[in-house]
Design a protein around this ligand. Structure first.
Ligand code: NAD
Length: 377
């Protein structure tokens, strides 16, 4: 069987689902590895490096038609699904609820589709966890974007010309991306404060040398270590209690999210207007509704004297290492569904079952099936 790696065609996407150093993790499964010519170029991996690792280079149409299993970053297009052979499989970020036409195409072409954003977050799945590996990139990048925009130093300087105090960074949400932002801002010498609705995050924040901000609010810890959805009353009180923290910060990095829900609005337009001139907000939740009321994904806005950077696909802006981590995750997942060179998913495995959107002409993911049956799209 052939494992196929196509070029990413989504505008702005520079990552690739397999990097040359991870090819042996695929060939050891007994499959031939093929990729679309030039698929790694935007992530700085040339065709020659893949060829040297034993990868066959093909055009897109041949690759889709002859691969038993496709690995991608972004979902395939309807046209690409049309090229795939019946009974073959694909893994990528799919966010099936966002594109029900694509789910219908998988069903009609009897494609087995697996979505890495549905991966159960159990210990055994950690090595496949693309949400974590890519959040690490986003958290790091967010700080660099802020540092570049801020008209101040991050570190403390004591010079003959005078003392410059360190920048004050406030991180909202101390999950994977938030903790990485804290660590990066600390390495640059900033004074970092952070808040999360899960009190358990406090110890991790402190272990990175930052201050965990205590607000007089109830814990919002939900299932599996995630935050639960908060009421509008809770968010109103949080915004009130947090307003001083935001106003005192030179940089605010927001990463707050609730799985499967719109991101909560935590920084209002009024709070932005209270910030000091030259301050910067980086909103990592911009694509899922925005933690800052004013942010727009992919845009940097100057609101009064404050810059608001609406993050959009930050992992793609650091494609070499983002692709390296992504392809390690994907290779671990492929090892669960390809055995002795054959695509053979075992649905007794909760990771395989939990990530499967469609198989054998059926929708296996309950919430997506409900959406399709409800005729929502
Ligand atoms: P996420 O991206 O869904 O959310 C980011 C953070 O925002 C979370 O820490 C959340 O508590 C916080 N948040 C939500 N609402 C908020 C609000 N109103 N104010 C402030 N903060 C708010 O989460 P994530 O970063 O993917 O993961 C969160 C946690 O899940 C991790 O810290 C970890 O404990 C757990 N996790 C477990 C595994 C695993 O076992 N495989 C993998 C990854 C994460």
């Amino acid at each position: 069987m052939r494992l196929g790696i196509p070029s990413e065609t989504t505008p702005g996407e520079r990552r690739v689902a397999l990097v040359p150093s991870v090819v042996p993790k695929m060939t050891v499964l007994g499959a031939e590895v093929a990729m679309q010519t030039g698929a790694g170029a935007a992530a700085w991996f040339p065709d020659e490096a893949y060829a040297a690792a034993g990868v066959t280079l093909l055009d897109a149409a041949t690759l889709f038609a002859t691969s038993g299993f496709i690995c991608k970053v972004q979902p395939p297009t309807l046209e690409q699904v049309g090229l795939m052979s019946e009974g073959s499989g694909v893994v990528s970020y799919l966010q099936p609820a966002a594109d029900l036409d694509l789910v219908r195409a998988f069903v009609n072409h009897r494609i087995s589709a697996f979505s890495l954003d549905l991966l159960p977050r159990i210990s055994r799945a950690q090595s496949m966890d693309v949400l974590s590996s890519q959040a690490l990139v986003s958290g790091y990048r967010a700080v660099l974007l802020a540092a570049e925009k801020l008209p101040k130093f991050f570190p403390l300087y004591m010079t003959a010309a005078g003392t410059v105090p360190p920048a004050k960074v406030f991180v909202l949400g101390a999950g994977v991306a938030g903790l990485q932002a804290i660590a990066t801002a600390r390495r640059l010498g900033a004074m970092v404060r952070a808040y999360d609705v899960r009190p358990a995050a406090g110890a991790e924040v402190k272990s990175l040398g930052a201050t965990f901000v205590e607000l007089d609010l109830e814990s919002q810890e939900g299932e599996g270590g995630y935050a639960k959805e908060q009421s509008e009353d809770f968010l109103r009180r949080q915004r009130e209690l947090m307003a001083k923290e935001v106003a005192a910060a030179d940089v605010v990095i927001t990463t707050a999210a609730i799985p499967g829900r719109k991101a909560p609005v935590l920084v209002t337009a009024d709070m932005v207007h209270q910030m000091t001139p030259g301050s910067v907000i980086v909103d990592l939740a911009a694509e899922t509704g925005g933690n800052c009321e004013l942010s727009r994904p992919g845009e940097t806005l100057d609101v009064g004297s404050v810059s608001i950077i609406g993050a959009k696909n930050l992992p793609s802006s650091m494609p070499l290492h983002a692709s390296f981590l992504y392809s390690r995750n994907v290779a671990e997942f492929v090892a669960l569904v390809v055995k002795d060179g054959v695509f053979a998913p075992n649905f007794d495995d909760e990771i395989v079952a939990g990530t499967c959107v469609t198989h054998g002409g059926e929708v296996r993911h309950g919430p997506t099936r409900d959406l399709l049956e409800g005729g929502t799209q």
